[in-house]
Write a protein that binds this ligand. Sequence first.
Ligand code: 5AD
Ligand code: SF4
Length: 470
Amino acid sequence: MSDHPSDHPSDHPSARPSAAPLKRLHIKTYGCQMNVYDSERMADVLRPLGYALSDEAEGADLVVLNTCHIREKAAEKVYSELGRLKAMREAKLARGEGRSTIVVAGCVAQAEGEQIMIRQPAVDLVVGPQAYHQLPELIARTTRARGERLSADFAADEKFDALPAERGVSGPSAFLTVQEGCDKFCTFCVVPYTRGAEWSRPVADIVAEAEGLAAKGVRELTLLGQNVNAYNGAGPDGAPTSLASLCRRLAQVEGVARLRYTTSHPADMGEDLIAAHGELDVLMPYLHLPVQSGSDRILRAMNRKHTARSYMDLVGRIRTARPDLALSSDFIVGFPGETDKDFEDTLALVREVGFASAFSFKYSRRPGTPAAAMPGQVEDAVAEDRLARLNALLDEQRLAFNRATVGKRFDVLFEKPGRHPGQAVGKSPWLQAVFVENAEPLIGRIAPVVIEDAGNNSLRGALTPHQAAA
Ligand code: 5AD
Ligand code: SF4
């Protein structure tokens, strides 16, 4: 980064953003959708300082790695990326193009701030998920005192108040964080430690953000939270408001045609939320409801607070409310103590429920979590084999689910151009990618499509004659 005074936010009031020279910002996002939202908000915070987003780290003045700590692999990727960035920065300096600033944000920053600084001295700044609203000030400090490294710790709830109201929008579908943190303490999971206790944004703030997004052409909102269905933000009268009530309120926002929410815990799937799936057309018939395992013994050791049967009963109640609802889930194989029989129970649950999509992971031992100290850590080769078998079954179910749409007609929200000229890609109500020829003029809109073909990862469809002529 240059020594230009515009690097100092105090020198450049945001009322004159156009006066600042354009600086290139590259943000690399790892992990979950909450991180995608946070990365977008970091760009919003930095835009008034003259930072424009760049797809490339090469040549960027400021590079932010927004990191994920959930599994060891995700956390380790950060260090190899930092090595690459360091070399890139040296090459840029040698070309006389100024020094770039390297920031590590997100959950690895929160959990391992000090170690990051020690392991990779090229890092200028470490900033946790609750402190990135302070980026302008922190970056100004690093450029003033070159070599000084600052790590910003957990700053509780001030972040949302400090973020700019204006959001950059890239398409008709947007994420909106409504809840953060988790009080569930599943024994394998770092989230309660990295993201802290459950906290919900007030309804009015969320509605204002939703209205701002809708005014910019957003038609679909995905409400985000580590444990989103535990949402209980303050309503207009100050009283705690459920996720179901929040959805009802957001359904009234003009322009919002689709609502989704993720990620949910089975124990927080309240009756009013189940009922909302039957009552609210805007609530899409697709739910990500992690189960993790189909073995009650393992679920107990995981501190999941549900059994395989209670999960399946819950799914039954949700499907009664909304018969066309499709489910997705997360699974962990190779949790400490998992036997072949426990794993067979997981396969049995998958066969009974039937998932449209799923994410499955090999258990990753996370220091500091209760499961890390449990006996019976499963051999890697065994876990690998179970993962392959589970994935084979889940892939089969996903393909069957996709194929069942062939010949059907439903609404697609068109999001972006496809690979061929004129082609557009959109999303089905069940979150499937749908490729449609001659649909480019419909980007940003919802239109009915007839599905002609289906593969593992996407569907191909055609506009109905009426739409094609319009
Ligand atoms: N090892 C493997 N997978 C994990 N997840 C969370 N912690 C771990 C871990 N230690 C998975 C869970 C969760 C998803 C976001 O990541 O399945 O639902
Ligand atoms: Fe982690 Fe469990 Fe909380 Fe999900 S519910 S974030 S898996 S502790």
